[in-house]
Design a protein around this ligand. Structure first.
Ligand SMILES: [Zn+2]
Length: 67
């Protein structure tokens, strides 16, 4: 079976999207190759990293609220 994403490499992994455990349990996934999964995970990790400074700022404020 070919990867559902690139349709070039052999699909060896189940791809369930961005951290959606729910989909996995409902059997809602695609077969992807390792490279496509690694690439998607990298994109996701970069997105998370970009959000981190904002999240840290918010948490710092939250901590300051409680004396
Ligand atoms: Zn692929």
């Amino acid at each position: 079976m070919k990867c559902a994403n690139c349709k070039i490499r052999e699909a060896t992994e189940k791809w369930v999207g961005q951290g959606s455990i729910m989909d996995y349990t409902h059997g809602n996934y695609q077969m992807w190759c390792k490279k496509c999964i690694a690439r998607a995970q990298l994109t996701y990790a970069r997105k998370q990293l970009r959000k981190l400074p904002l999240r840290i700022k918010k948490l710092e404020k939250e901590v300051e609220r409680f004396k």
